[in-house]
Design a protein around this ligand. Structure first.
Ligand SMILES: [Zn+2]
Length: 327
């Protein structure tokens, strides 16, 4: 059972989750010695996971994208949502949801090899899970993320993403939303779309674009090869995607990963979807949905951890040029 403890000094919550200690890691086993029968995400190994929540199937009835509860869950939907004082300190119950999206039945298929159909199934699965989880108004924030490779925090190679939904909005998300709101109150435009407008007009950090989206290495990239994929027009949340947006999102994700793999090989990375909180407020007017891809090439070191500032040895202009030229 997890608890969520609040640190007053650093204004952040911490999930204390003993269940996560028991996760097996595939990366302790040399790649050649790993047996696919040990992978719980294979087609035919459905009994190795908790009961399926959702899946998209192909014409033969086999799943091509599948969602299950995380066996080593950090949070639990059956916990009551509560908070308490413990003397000077405050904590919350481990209420929330923790799901795994198994992106493909193919263990060794990396994101650069996904077909447009696979990306489409993945995005539709994400949309379905967000819409479903948001029915529970106790869940205030739903974070989708993907960890690929041990430097990115993954324990299994089989391609998967995770969803963690919390009964509150994490403080760093709240702070970013507030910056978007402050900007919107002054300029009556969204902060991200103004960034995108500038990136498109100077063009030197743009990697790829289509009718709905643009991928760029941001002006102040926090990490080498960091990429933001943003809509060109205001879309506050992935559930607002229309059919054209879905097609264009699949195509830009396919293109960006092909470029990254062509340049970096099988690199470790995190991918994060920035959605709206599940709150009845006006954030849909000033928040723009975006996807952030963070290659984990350099470890965060003392300066980064102590100041939250980053030291990035690669200019985003150089990154964009390399990624543009590679295909
Ligand atoms: Zn597998």
């Amino acid at each position: 059972m997890s608890t969520i403890r609040y640190c007053k000094l650093r204004d952040t919550d911490v999930i204390i989750s003993p269940n996560r200690l028991h996760r097996p890691t595939q990366f302790n086993v040399p790649k050649d010695n790993y047996k696919l029968e040990e992978c719980p995400f294979e087609l035919g190994a459905e009994d190795a996971t908790p009961k399926e929540i959702f899946s998209i199937k192909d014409e033969n009835g086999d799943w091509i994208c599948r969602v299950v509860p995380n066996l080593y869950n950090a949070l639990c939907i059956d916990e009551g949502k509560s908070s308490k004082r413990e003397g000077f300190f405050t904590s919350k119950s481990g209420f929330g949801a923790h799901e795994v999206i198994i992106e493909t039945p193919s263990h060794y298929k990396m994101a650069d090899k996904y077909t447009l159909k696979q990306w489409d199934a993945y995005l539709r699965t994400v949309i379905h899970r967000l819409e479903d989880l948001r029915q529970d108004s106790r869940l205030e924030y739903i974070q989708l993320f993907k960890n690929h490779g041990s430097f990115a925090g993954a324990t299994l190679l089989h391609p998967h993403s995770q969803i963690i939904a919390t009964g509150f909005v994490p403080s760093s998300v709240k702070a970013e939303l507030q910056r978007c709101k402050d900007y919107y109150d002054i300029h009556n435009r969204t902060l991200l779309l103004d960034m995108v407008h500038e990136e498109l007009s100077v063009s030197k950090r743009v990697i790829f674009e289509n009718s709905s989206f643009v991928a760029f290495a941001p002006f102040a990239s926090l990490y080498p090869f960091e990429i933001i994929i943003s809509p060109k027009e205001h879309i506050c949340d992935i559930v607002e995607f229309n059919e054209d947006n879905l097609k264009d999102a699949s195509s830009i994700l396919q293109d960006v990963y092909r470029r990254l793999y062509a340049l970096l090989g099988d690199f470790h990375y995190n991918m994060i979807f920035k959605n709206l909180p599940n709150l009845k407020d006006d954030s849909s007017s000033y928040h723009t949905f975006y996807i952030q891809i963070i290659p984990r090439i350099y470890m965060l070191a003392g300066y980064e951890l102590s100041t939250s500032m980053r030291i990035n040895p690669l200019s985003p202009e150089r990154v964009a040029k390399k990624l543009k030229e590679i295909l």
